[in-house]
Design a protein around this ligand. Structure first.
Ligand code: HEM
Ligand SMILES: *[C@@H]1O[C@H](CO)[C@@H](O)[C@H](O)[C@H]1NC(C)=O
Ligand SMILES: *[C@@H]1O[C@H](CO)[C@@H](O)[C@H](O)[C@H]1NC(C)=O
Ligand SMILES: *[C@@H]1O[C@H](CO)[C@@H](O)[C@H](O)[C@H]1NC(C)=O
Length: 325
């Protein structure tokens, strides 16, 4: 073939393949014919769930991250594995605090009632996650669809490796956790802005407070760290019980997370670090000053995160119930 034609063809398709998140078998109108009501069912369900419990948006967003990070976005985090001999994904201590899995089951049942055996649990979860963000005040993110669900459950070991340590540093987070999804450095800082929603337990910050003692906190952090240590003493007595909001407006998806970490109030190790590191602080300031920029970069990062390792075609299945194979 003429090289020029190959090159021109490449240039023509390049933006579609890499920018629109296609080329992975997903598409934006995947359910247009087979389940046109899908997006409305999910939006309505999330709206009423968030009305009842405003923490739902955070919970489901974290579920998306944890699903995608372990074996790809394949609905595996939703499986209940009853076999006592099999250590399941959810048994990893890194999944501590995961909640609202049953809500995704409930939404899926509503979808099944209207479009039986058409829509995967993996897609329901991603759509629920992006709707939570929008309902909480964040961007409306257009996500490509067509994921299938895993045929095999993932293990505790996979989750131990796939999910970040609570005290992971920025270099490792960029290199290990986000690179595979094609997430850029700037998108990494924006996607951590997910911590504009929700809570952590002491468990999520014990290492930051007592293990990484070599990290010297700047003045702005010292008082806050003292306060955290008082709430989360070293003896583990409150490790799994005491909770903190991740930012001052934990039920609103806004850019206050960035101003908050700049003032030395980053709760999780990485939240504090990105406001300290001279390489990331520019982006933190940019997002603190420009919510639209945060929303835009978060959205492109989210699309990449939510297409990590997807199964399409006959590589996966469509589960009827999200919690059972
Ligand atoms: C890669 C570095 C990350 C680390 C070390 C990290 C760590 C944590 C920890 C320790 C918690 C508290 C869990 C608890 O005690 O209940 C948490 C909560 C949360 N994380 Fe992350 N996270 C990271 C990335 C992300 C990403 C990429 C997202 C989403 C796009 C995300 C979304 C959330 C949300 C929404 C919550 C609140 C959950 C709730 O309120 O139930 N995190 N994270
Ligand atoms: C079909 O999908 C496109 C996205 O590609 C969307 O904009 C459009 O509204 C959908 N049409 C229907 C009838 O759902
Ligand atoms: C904290 O220490 C662990 C090793 O114990 C390391 O992997 C991690 O990157 C450190 N975190 C920070 C923020 O320095
Ligand atoms: C607190 O719990 C962690 C993890 O469960 C454990 O590694 C640590 O030794 C415990 N510390 C104390 C003082 O019991």
């Amino acid at each position: 073939m003429d090289l020029k034609i190959v090159f021109v063809t490449f240039l023509f398709f390049y933006p579609f393949i890499f920018v629109n998140g296609q080329g992975n078998g997903l598409s934006f109108n995947y359910y247009n014919k087979t389940c046109p009501q899908l997006e409305k069912i999910i939006r309505d369900s999330m709206t009423s769930a968030i009305k009842k419990d405003p923490g739902t948006a955070a919970a489901v967003l974290r579920l998306v991250f944890h699903d995608c990070q372990v074996g790809g976005c394949d609905g595996s985090v939703l499986l209940d594995i009853k076999d006592k001999n099999h250590q399941a994904e959810l048994d990893s201590p890194k999944n501590f605090g995961i909640r609202n899995r049953e809500l995704v089951d409930q939404i899926k049942s509503k979808v099944e009632a209207v479009c039986p055996q058409q829509v995967s649990c993996a897609d329901v979860l991603v759509l629920a996650g992006r709707d939570g963000v929008a309902i909480a005040g964040g961007p409306n993110i257009n996500v490509p669809l067509g994921r299938k669900d895993t045929k095999i459950p993932h293990t505790k070991q996979q989750a131990d490796v796939g999910l970040p340590r609570n005290n992971v540093d920025l270099a490792k987070a960029v290199e290990v956790f986000f690179k595979e999804a094609g997430i850029t450095y700037e998108e990494t800082i924006a996607i951590l802005g997910a911590h504009t929603l929700g809570v952590t337990h002491c468990d999520g910050i014990m290492d930051r407070l007592y293990v990484n003692k070599t990290v010297s906190n700047p003045k702005s952090e010292v008082e806050f760290v003292k306060y955290l240590k008082k709430k989360c003493p070293k003896d583990n007595s409150t490790r799994f019980t005491t909770q903190f909001d991740l930012d001052p407006t934990p039920q609103t998806f806004d850019n206050k997370y960035f101003a908050n970490i700049l003032s030395g109030h980053g709760v999780i190790s990485l939240d504090a670090e990105i406001a300290r590191d001279p390489k990331s602080i520019g982006y933190v300031k940019k997002f603190a000053n420009d919510q639209e920029a945060f929303f835009r970069v978060f959205s492109s990062g989210f699309v990449k995160l939510s297409t990590l390792g997807v199964l399409t075609g006959d590589k996966g299945i469509i589960r009827k119930q999200c919690n059972v194979l």
